[in-house]
Design a protein around this ligand. Sequence first.
Ligand SMILES: C[S@@+](CC[C@H](N)C(=O)[O-])C[C@H]1O[C@@H](n2cnc3c(N)ncnc32)[C@H](O)[C@@H]1O
Length: 322
Amino acid sequence: MAGNSNLHISRAAKTDEFYTQLSTVEDELRHYREYFRGKVIFCNADDPAYGEDGYDHFGDGLGGYTSNFFRYFQLNFEKLEIKKLIATHYDPNKPTYKLELTERQDTNGEITRLDVVKTPLKQNGDFRSPECLELLHECDVIITNPPFSLMKEYLPLLVKSGKQFIVLGNTNHITLKEITGYFLNSQCWLGYVSGHFWFRVPDYYEIKDTDFKIDDSGQKWRRMGNCCWFTNIDIPKRHEKLDLFKKYSPEQYPVYDDFDAIECGTIKEIPLDYFGVIGVPITYMAYHCREQFEITDLVTPKFGGKLKYKRLFIKRVGNDAK
Ligand SMILES: C[S@@+](CC[C@H](N)C(=O)[O-])C[C@H]1O[C@@H](n2cnc3c(N)ncnc32)[C@H](O)[C@@H]1O
């Protein structure tokens, strides 16, 4: 298990320890079922320290020691006709292990899954370690909730690998200079579900505000805002245009002090009949359709003499008001 039990892990590493619920995984991945057929799936930050409940549901001896990503694919292995599932486990201080689940064809050609095979790794399961990079090159799709503190290294590594991916992130990650370009160049976009998600957290988490709770079993939970999924799979949602209904007027849409663009503070107020550059909140990414708008920049414009929040600058594709 990762260094969760290790009291000396760094502050950043501590904030990386939050565990995805099975329902969160299901809500997003149900949209991609057709993409998993015949694929090798790799969960490369699968530290499972707090599985669903630590109970050995499947009698496979793994108890709660798998993440809910692994669980999701384990439960749906045959239905999704997955070729292979691999998960690597991370511990900053020592060699860890990988779990694998492989297909087997019975005499009727039916696909059944082999039991989970646990193999030691020579290294510590770091997604950047040679062993894990080798697995990354062997796989077709990478799916996990990665360490947020390393997102600026993690996402570029996935994009550059040329592999498909579906990973959990936060809309603020889009503003990281190492990452913004991938969104502007359509190398990465948002999946289906976004918003505030609840995650299990280790005991050492301090209850600070309303975004924390302890359930009846004593398990601590943390709610994280602006969660979203990053993917490069060409999902239908990506081609669905936003319904626009507001008419442009110069009074309602003032321009920035330092950019030739209008300010539009909410997505539903994007005007249907404006063809210049429009500044919108980063949450727009969840609705982006490149057949409708192009994204020209991500900047912090000045507005009324003050710096505004970061804004995505978008511009209509074509000139018909629809
Ligand atoms: C946000 S947690 C999610 C864990 C699990 N994937 C889940 O969804 O429940 C990210 C995990 O990545 C692990 N991690 C941290 N640094 C890592 C690294 N360099 N390589 C691989 N995993 C790492 C952490 O131990 C942490 O448990």
